[in-house]
Design a binder for this molecule. Structure first.
Ligand code: NDP
Ligand code: PYC
Length: 331
């Protein structure tokens, strides 16, 4: 499919399910970006998740996000129970302006339904010359290292760093071994998952995607991922007055809708630290990147940027069964 066709399909489904037009645009944008960049777990597969979430009544389809400024360097967007994408669009320019004014600033998105990847957000801020960090809790699906009962969400952490040239340095990953969406895709396609992604309901290591979804997912890097997942719970939960992943899944009450809660985004302006020498120091970072790539290692997001280049000219492959399931939503 061409990216235009992917976008038309996404918009049609979202409209059919009664999402307000501003949300249709903001949500379709991130799904198309996911397909374009080869991030299938957060591409148009999410239309199935999104449609289900709307049907459960757990998201406010026409929510109007509102802006609050609790202190000079902090902007809070109350998403009003709507999807997070529109709230971010509203908050981003305010965050960027504050970061430029104060050297650093934070955006708290509250009361949102969140199913999106975070790299579009940090990439956009980094493209504007800011250093960016974002994180959000989700639903309690992930056991802490040494335990077997879900406590954490899949809790992604994303970071963006501005670079000369078209593409910032960006990484964005779950603090679980993998995003839940990736395990869902394995389940849909009947593929086994690698050991280390999850445990079954009895606490045994499993390669069965369905068993891991029913049991608990595992953090990446053992106790280190567990501590980072805890940090995300704290920053995206109590710090900004929003829900932990355990609270989100309790509120979900078995509906299996997308997570409800908050997101914290921090932006830092290099000029705030360095004044007129900022560009010189940002340029020094390039030698660090060179030391990584010159030995054959790749930078995070390089695969994504390569996929983007291809998709823009060649379009994208969508698995037939997924396309059928999505089209059946509007037939
Ligand atoms: P991965 O485990 O695939 O890790 C992704 C990151 O690692 C990307 O930045 C990727 O770059 C980079 N990377 C992967 N392999 C390499 C390598 N060999 N060398 C260097 N860098 C590498 O992703 P996850 O499954 O953990 O997460 C996928 C997405 O799910 C994220 O975008 C995240 O935001 C989203 N998510 C959202 C949640 C939510 O609540 N909203 C919850 C959990 C996850 P590249 O893309 O170029 O491969
Ligand atoms: O894939 O883990 C995930 C996820 C949770 C919320 C959005 N994506």
């Amino acid at each position: 499919m061409s990216l235009g066709e992917v976008r038309d399909l996404a918009e049609s489904v979202l409209r059919r399910f009664g999402l307000g037009e501003a949300h249709v645009q903001a949500v379709a944008e991130t799904m198309v970006a996911g397909e374009r960049d080869g991030c299938a777990s957060h591409g148009i597969y999410r239309l199935l998740v999104c449609a289900h979430t709307i049907k459960t009544g757990k998201v406010v389809p026409d929510a109007v996000p509102s802006v609050h400024e609790p202190s000079p360097a902090i902007v809070r967007i109350d998403a009003g129970g709507g999807f997070a994408q529109l709230a971010f669009e509203l908050g981003r320019p305010i965050l960027a302006e504050k970061a430029r004014r104060f050297g650093l600033a934070a955006l708290a998105i509250n009361h949102c339904v969140h199913f999106a990847a975070l790299w579009p957000e940090v990439e956009r801020l980094a493209a504007d010359g800011l250093v960016a960090f974002a994180c959000t809790p989700s639903h309690a699906w992930v056991a802490p290292a040494g335990g077997r009962l879900p406590v954490f969400g899949t809790n992604p952490i994303a970071f963006g760093w501005p670079r000369p040239g078209p593409h910032p340095f960006v990484f964005d990953f779950a603090t679980s071994a993998v995003a839940r969406g990736e395990i869902e895709l394995h389940r849909r396609e009947g593929r086994p998952i690698p050991l280390g992604w999850g445990i079954d309901p009895d606490g045994n290591p499993t390669t069965d995607a369905q068993a891991a979804l029913a049991g608990a997912m595992l953090t990446f890097g053992g106790h280190k991922g567990s501590a980072l997942a805890t940090m995300v719970e704290l920053l995206g939960g109590p710090l900004i007055g929003d829900m932990t992943s355990a609270e989100s899944i309790a509120l979900d009450d078995g509906a299996k809708a997308s997570p409800i809660g908050g997101e914290l985004i921090i932006a830092l302006d290099p000029s705030g630290f360095l004044g007129s020498t900022a560009l010189d120091h940002i340029a020094r970072a390039e030698s660090l990147f060179d030391q990584i790539t010159s030995q054959g290692a790749r930078l995070p997001s390089q695969r994504r940027y390569d996929a983007r280049k291809r998709s823009l000219t060649e379009g994208v492959d969508i698995p037939g069964p997924l396309l059928e399931d999505i089209r059946s939503l509007i037939d």
